[in-house]
Design a protein around this ligand. Structure first.
Ligand code: NAP
Length: 271
C-alpha cells in the first residue's frame, strides 16, 4: 500500500493524481486531516484516512499497512511545530512498521539559511529513526515568480527584480508532485537524497520571455528588495545564491526534462 499525506494540498494532490495514473486505486491510500476534503478520492476507490500530524494515534491508524508513505512537510512554520509534527509522523511510521518514508524536504536543508532548519531537523529524525527513507530536497515553486501577477507586468511593460541577476532553479508544483510520486514506486530510492531543481533562468530571462510570449515589450528593472512587494524575501534568497545550482535529479525521477520557463509563462499568460 502506498500512502500519501497532504492530499488536500497542492503537492500531495498532484502526487496522488500521478500515482493513480500508474497504480490501481486499491493500492493507494490518502491521509487528510478532514477526510471530507478528499471525498472525491473515496469515490474513485482510494482509501481516504484521517490523520493529523498533531495526533500520533491518528497517524498510527492512518499509516497501518503502508509499504511506503509520502510525508508531505507541514505548512505550519511556527517555531518548533514542524519538528514536532514530523517527529510524530516518523514515530508513527516506525511503530506500525512502514517500509519506507519519502519526505519533502527543501533545497539547502543541509547547509542553507536558518529558515530551513525544520527540514534539517526532520532529515536528522529520519536518519535516527532507522526507517528506510528517501529525501526529496524540493526547490522553490516556479509559481512563486511565474503566476497570474505577471499580467500586471505585461500591462506595465516592466518587471522588477531584486535578484541580483543570480539564476534560479525553481520547478513547477506539478513536476515536484510527479517526481514525489515517482519516488514512491520502483527500486533504488532507499537512502537517496534527491536535489529536485529545474532548469536555470533569471528574472531578466523571465522579462524577456514575457516579451516573446505576450508580443508586448516587458523590460527588466533592477530595484531594491523593498520595491518588489511581498515576495521580497524570495528575491533576497535568489540573490544569496540558494537556488543557483542545477541538478539532474528532477529529470531523472520524471523521466523527461522538467517544465521550462517558456512553457510555464505560456501557461500563465493563457490563464
Ligand atoms: N517548495 C516550495 O516552494 C514550497 C512552497 C510552500 C510550501 N512548501 C512546503 O511544501 C509543503 C507542501 O506544499 P503544498 O504547496 O502542497 O502546501 P499546501 O497546499 O499548503 O498543503 C499543505 C498540506 O498539509 C496539510 N496539513 C497541514 N497541517 C497538517 C496537520 N497538522 N496534519 C496533517 N496534514 C496537515 C494540509 O491539510 P489541510 O487541508 O487539512 O490544511 C495540506 O494538505 C508545504 O506544507 C510546505 O512545508 C514548499
Amino acid at each position: 500500500m502506498i500512502i500519501v499525506t497532504g492530499v488536500t494540498g497542492k503537492l500531495g494532490r498532484v502526487a496522488v493524481e500521478d500515482l493513480l495514473e500508474h497504480v490501481p486505486a486499491d493500492q493507494v491510500a490518502a491521509v487528510a486531516r478532514d477526510p471530507r476534503k478528499a471525498a472525491d478520492l473515496t469515490g474513485r476507490g482510494v482509501d481516504v484516512r484521517a490523520g493529523d500530524y498533531e495526533d500520533p494515534e491518528s497517524l498510527r491508524a492512518a499509516f497501518a499497512g503502508a509499504d511506503v508513505v509520502l510525508l508531505v512537510s507541514s505548512p505550519d512554520t511556527t517555531p518548533g511545530t514542524r519538528p514536532r509534527q514530523h517527529g510524530n509522523a516518523i514515530d508513527a511510521a516506525r511503530a506500525v512498521g512502514v517500509g519506507r518514508i519519502v519526505y519533502t524536504s527543501a533545497v539547502g536543508a543541509d547547509d542553507g539559511p536558518g529558515f530551513l532548519a525544520d527540514h534539517t531537523v526532520t532529515e536528522g529524525l529520519l536518519r535516527d529513526s532507522g526507517v528506510p527513507h528517501t529525501i526529496l530536497r524540493n526547490t522553490f515553486y516556479t509559481e512563486a515568480l511565474v503566476n497570474p501577477g505577471l499580467h500586471a507586468a505585461v500591462e506595465a511593460g516592466e518587471l522588477r527584480g531584486a535578484d541580483g541577476g543570480v539564476p534560479v532553479n525553481f520547478a513547477t508544483i506539478d513536476d515536484l508532485g510527479r517526481a514525489a510520486a515517482a519516488a514512491l514506486v520502483g527500486d533504488g530510492h532507499v537512502g537517496q537524497v534527491y536535489e529536485l531543481r529545474g532548469p536555470l533562468w533569471t528574472v531578466a530571462d523571465l522579462a524577456q520571455t514575457l516579451t516573446e510570449v505576450s508580443g508586448r515589450p516587458v523590460v527588466y528593472r533592477a530595484v531594491p528588495a523593498a520595491d518588489v512587494g511581498p515576495i521580497a524575501f524570495v528575491h533576497d534568497l535568489i540573490a544569496s545564491g540558494l537556488f543557483s545550482q542545477p541538478s539532474g535529479d528532477l529529470e531523472k525521477l520524471l523521466g523527461r526534462p522538467p517544465v521550462g520557463l517558456r512553457a510555464a509563462v505560456e501557461a500563465v499568460l493563457r490563464s
